[in-house]
Design a protein around this ligand. Structure first.
Ligand SMILES: NC(=O)c1ccc[n+]([C@@H]2O[C@H](COP(=O)([O-])OP(=O)(O)OC[C@H]3O[C@@H](n4cnc5c(N)ncnc54)[C@H](O)[C@@H]3O)[C@@H](O)[C@H]2O)c1
Length: 278
């Protein structure tokens, strides 16, 4: 989509980090913005800050893990702005525990938000975008964790690989309808993802700190350090705007990612070549 001014963007996880930066970038280029987030106070503050840029900003409380909640948020966006064109399925959480200690509740929570949240967004908005016929763009937030297994056996890695694969398929299927698809794959970004437990609904049990003796604790501490030193979310949002305008499928935001991903792709290709003829 080239011409974004006057169009409408819907962003889940819009109250913080990358989602808030996306909302700000959309507002600055003249779009109407609906921020959707599970964290009520942060959402109100985010809407207030974006209204300093433009009056056409609204917010709706939404649990991306819950299909009905996403559908209500979509209806709120249609009621506020009529047509929606850009949908950012961005809400995400992280939780682990280390290879032997990941609880099933952690698996369910992360998969429900990071993967099913994307499914719910597509289910609620795709029929609408197809029907209005003005074109559109879907941005699904994955991660470099969806490009290589460096973060290890974890729900986060599983969810992000799934978002990459599903976005690739969706892009092919939606091209004939004039709807673009991008999958956002950042490495570390300076956000509050490390404090995801603040938004963990009770149905997934309590968020527990890792036992320092757990071998995963050192990895989590290192990740927290890298997030702290990570990219400014505003830089990520600028890349996303550019990718929407150029209709790019893969959005990478950090230099040097080829070196990170290459060993996996090389190993896969080598394993394929090693298949002996029947
Ligand atoms: N920060 C990084 O280093 C990094 C790197 C790669 C990918 N990502 C991805 O970026 C996305 C945004 O995360 P962030 O880094 O900005 O973190 P963040 O914690 O700053 O923002 C995430 C937002 O999602 C909201 N949220 C959480 N659960 C929700 C739910 N069930 N329904 C609706 N909203 C919910 C939170 O309230 C928060 O406002 C996530 O998908 C994350 O996996 C982050």
């Amino acid at each position: 989509m080239q011409d974004l001014a006057g169009k409408t963007a819907f962003v889940t996880g819009g109250a913080s980090g990358i989602g808030l930066a996306l909302g700000r970038a959309f507002a600055r280029c003249g779009m109407n913005v609906m921020l959707a987030d599970i964290e009520t106070d942060a959402l109100q503050a985010a809407v207030k800050s974006l209204r300093e840029i433009s009056p056409d900003i609204s917010g709706t409380v939404c649990d991306a893990a819950d299909a009905e909640s996403v559908e209500r948020a979509a209806q709120a966006a249609f009621a506020a702005f009529g047509r929606v064109h850009v949908v950012c399925n961005n809400a995400g959480v992280a939780a682990g525990g280390g290879i032997d200690h990941i609880s099933l509740e952690n698996w369910r929570w992360v998969i429900d938000v990071n993967l099913m949240g994307v499914v719910h967004g597509i289910k609620s908005f795709l029929p609408h975008i197809r029907a209005h016929g003005e074109g559109g763009h879907i941005v699904n937030t994955a991660s470099m964790a969806g490009m290589d297994g460096g973060l290890g056996f974890s729900p986060y890695t599983a969810s992000k690989f799934a978002v990459v694969g599903m976005s690739e398929g969706l892009a092919v299927q939606l091209k004939p309808h004039g709807i673009g698809v991008s999958v956002l794959c950042p490495s570390f970004v300076r956000t509050r993802i490390g404090e995801s437990g603040r938004n963990r609904p009770q149905r997934y049990g309590e968020s527990r700190a890792l036992d320092p003796a757990n071998p995963a604790a050192a990895m989590v501490a290192e990740i927290a350090r890298q997030i702290e030193a990570g990219l400014d979310p505003a830089t990520v949002a600028e890349r996303v705007l550019e990718a929407i305008r150029r209709d790019e499928l893969y959005i990478f935001t950090h230099r040097g990612m080829r070196a990170q991903a290459e060993p996996r792709f090389d190993a896969i290709l080598a394993a394929m070549e090693a298949v002996s003829p029947p």
